[in-house]
Structures are given as C-alpha cells and as structure tokens.
Design a protein around this ligand. Sequence first.
Ligand SMILES: [Zn+2]
Length: 179
Amino acid sequence: MNVNRTTKTSIAIVIMLLAGAAIVAALAVRHDQAAVAAQQAEPAVAAPVPREVAGLTPGTRRAYLRAAEAAETDGVEMHITSGHRTRKEQLAEFQEAVDRYGSAEQARKFVLPPDKSAHVKGLAVDVGPRPAAAWLEDTNGKYGLCRIYTNEWWHFEYSSRYARERRCPPLKPDATSVP
Ligand SMILES: [Zn+2]
C-alpha cells in the first residue's frame, strides 16, 4: 500500500515534470518565433550612408541629398560622378592631368592638388548628367550648392552661406584662381 502510493506519487511527479518541460519547450519555440518576427519587422535604425555621399561633410551630404530629392520631384535624375576623394586619389588625378596638359600650371585649370581640392575636404560634388547639373545651377544656392567654375559645369561646392544668402557667387574662369 505504502509502496503503491509512493509509485503513484512518483508517476505524478514525472508527469508534472514532463508537462512542465513541454510547456517550457513550447514557450521557447514561441519566443524564438517572436524574435524572428521582430527581427524581420525591425526597421533600420539608421539608414546606411549612400556610397556616393560617403566622405562628404555632413552639411554637404545633407545639401546634396535634399537637392537630389527635389530634382527627382521635378523629374530630373541626378547623381554624383565624383564626390569625396582621398588625398592619394586627388594626387593621382592631379599627376594624370599634369601628364595630359604638360605642366602643373595647365593641369590646375582642371584638377587641383590635394591640399587645395574641395573634393578632398568633402565640400565638392561633381554631378551628372548635364541636365541635372543645369537644374542644380538654376537653384542658385538654395540648397547650399553652387557651381564654381566656368570650365566645369559638373563641379559644385557646398557652403552654408550660399543657402543663407540664397545666391551663388560669380563664376571663376577655372581653378587657377584658387589661391
Ligand atoms: Zn569637381
């Protein structure tokens, strides 16, 4: 009798333990499913910086992205053909220009050395295609981006002053006027 009761109690305990384990397992599965669902539904906390604006100063990046969005609204597709350049990249471009144009002085009309380049400072964007550059030039500094040189329709530089004054400075003939 006593043995029988102990056996029954043991069986009851085992059943309870099994039931408990089953509940824990079921909860674990639900937890996993919930975690997976949460992961799938989770929006990106911070959108990654688009590659074409990587390396630009925050002001330049914001200005360009706002301008590109406004251009798109106007049905104009704009993209950056050259944004931030490292000193090394700029030096390579400058040396290539020296080879092409025959002297550093001639090369400077088209490409500045690294210590002068607004591209190295993250303040310049070359935009394309041409209708997009024309669109941006027409904004006359509204987004803080202005065309700088007569001989480079694609080259724009950022300054908060342009946006504040809502106008661009007069064009310079070429980059040789950069001190
Ligand atoms: Zn440029």
